[in-house]
Write a protein that binds this ligand. Structure first.
Ligand SMILES: Cc1cc2nc3c(=O)[nH]c(=O)nc-3n(C[C@H](O)[C@H](O)[C@H](O)COP(=O)(O)OP(=O)(O)OC[C@H]3O[C@@H](n4cnc5c(N)ncnc54)[C@H](O)[C@@H]3O)c2cc1C
Length: 446
């Protein structure tokens, strides 16, 4: 039989799009490589019954699309780690500091003036067409560190910037495009990605996996698990070939797999320009470590559980209760991934011991997303020059070939997955859908 739409990938983008298409009365089949749905949203239930999140976890006020979907599904949104009381515990190369006192008034003023300059520049950027101005083109050629130096960043202001990106697994600020940052800010009402109070202040009650599970339950009979796709052919009738050799057909294909695994799929019938742009995108690799503790040990030293590290890890934040999360980017993957058994745990927990003292001997849960064949990364990565190289076709559809997934939005958040999924579904249905709703939402503006 020929379906109206085959959705490839049952992450948030694929699930959100399939829900809208099914609601509109279309015959939809979702094919998923793994034996579970959710993609980069994944949970594990511990032996004591606690459910921990091993992938995407937090959202923010400016994640308007995600919050809208959660509301439609009847899910509650609750405060995240940014609301925790206490001081941030910095694990710096020259010692542990609680609070911001390692930054002088001059450093703080420097960070504030850089943010103000960034807001000014972001206001000149159209997130849907970021390279259409000279400002956009010159920012793309520049790294975040270049921008900071050009704006007179002090040494400690630079350290603060480095910590922000290491702590969120984003990698070195020497290798991140300033336009990537400005575009993300422009998309959400001009909030710096370091403004965690707007980007990361919320989460779904019960954990982010609840949202994916709720969508899965609604679509259960439409989803085929364990069905990796190896080939897509676009035509008047489109075909999708599974690794098993089985061939499925549909009028439209909605491809919602990350850009890494997507390069492994043979695609026929899509223009060379569209494919070149798609294949030029990349994700940054990362891994997540989760440390379930018996009690919130950080509170003993007056810390809020937010622990950025310049040393052996990316740092920690409170996932919930007495569970800590740690996100570690490319600089740490090679070293920690290849460490002998036990050494990686000691390296990770060393940061906690320095800041919190005696933490006992907790078990660490490791999730290596960068080497997972169905993710091959963590979130989209925009190095200097990447936006220009990917070009204006980024995120665009070539009907009946539609694209969705957080890689096709401005930044890698779950927000991007939901918005692009719903945008692709709306495009198939001939409806309008705004990819940047936060821009116009009064609560997202200063
Ligand atoms: C460790 C980690 C922490 C994160 N933290 C946050 C956070 O706190 N907040 C936030 O908003 N975002 C966070 N993110 C990012 C967020 O989770 C992702 O951007 C989002 O979930 C991506 O959704 P997606 O649907 O675009 O892609 P995915 O979730 O990756 O879904 C793609 C699906 O395609 C499937 N697939 C791949 N190849 C094939 C194939 N050949 N055939 C069939 N199926 C295939 C995959 O198995 C997967 O299910 C985090 C990500 C990671 C990895």
């Amino acid at each position: 039989m020929t379906h109206d739409v085959i959705v490839i990938g049952a992450g948030l983008a694929g699930l959100a799009s399939a829900r809208d298409l099914v609601d509109a009365g279309l015959d939809v089949l979702v094919v998923e490589a793994r034996d579970r749905t959710g993609g980069r949203v994944e949970s594990e239930t511990l032996s004591d019954g606690r459910v921990v999140q091993l992938g995407g976890e937090i959202v923010g006020t400016i994640h308007y699309g995600y919050r809208q979907l959660a509301a439609e599904l009847g899910l509650n949104i609750v405060p995240s780690y940014t609301e925790a009381e206490g001081l941030t515990g910095y694990d710096l190369v020259d010692g542990v500091v609680l609070g911001e006192d390692w930054l002088t008034a001059e450093d703080q003023a420097c960070l504030e003036s850089m943010d103000a300059e960034l807001v000014r520049l972001a206001k000149l950027i159209d997130p849907a067409d970021p390279l259409n101005t000279e400002t956009g083109r010159s920012l793309d050629a520049m790294s975040i560190a270049d921008f900071a130096r050009a704006n007179g960043a002090t040494q400690c202001a630079l350290r603060s910037l480095r910590l922000s990106w290491v702590y969120t697994g984003g990698g070195s600020i020497e290798r991140l495009s300033m336009l990537g940052e400005a575009r993300a800010m422009a998309a959400v009402g001009y909030h710096s990605m370091r403004d965690y109070g707007m980007w990361e202040n919320l989460k779904v009650e019960g954990g982010s996996s609840v949202l994916a599970d709720t969508l899965t339950a609604l679509l259960a009979d439409r989803i085929r698990l364990g069905s990796p796709v190896s080939r897509i052919e676009i035509g008047s009738t489109c075909t999708v070939t599974l690794h098993s050799g089985e061939v499925l057909s549909a009028t439209n294909i909605l491809c919602a797999v990350p850009v890494g695994p997507l390069r492994d799929i043979e695609i026929v019938g899509v223009s060379a320009e569209r494919l070149r742009s798609l294949h030029r995108q990349r994700e940054i690799p990362a891994f997540k470590a989760v440390v379930p503790l018996d009690e919130p040990i950080w509170e003993r030293v007056g810390c809020n559980g937010l622990i950025p590290s310049e040393r052996d890890t990316g740092g920690f934040w409170v996932q919930g209760g007495s569970v800590l999360s740690s996100l570690n980017g490319p600089e740490l993957i090679g070293q920690i991934r290849n460490a002998p058994p036990g050494v990686a745990d000691e390296q990770l927990l060393g940061t906690l011991r320095r800041v919190c003292g005696d933490i006992g001997d907790p078990t660490v849960l490791w999730r290596y997303w960068g080497t997972d064949p169905w993710t091959q990364g963590y979130v989209s990565h925009w190095a200097p020059g990447d936006l220009a190289a990917v070009g204006p076709l980024h995120g665009s559809h070539e009907p009946p070939f539609y694209l969705a997934g957080s890689d096709h939005w401005v930044a890698g958040y779950m927000e991007g997955a939901v918005l692009t999924g719903r945008h692709a579904a709306a495009s198939i249905l001939g409806r309008d859908f705004d990819l940047y709703p936060a821009r116009y939402s009064s609560e997202s503006r200063d």
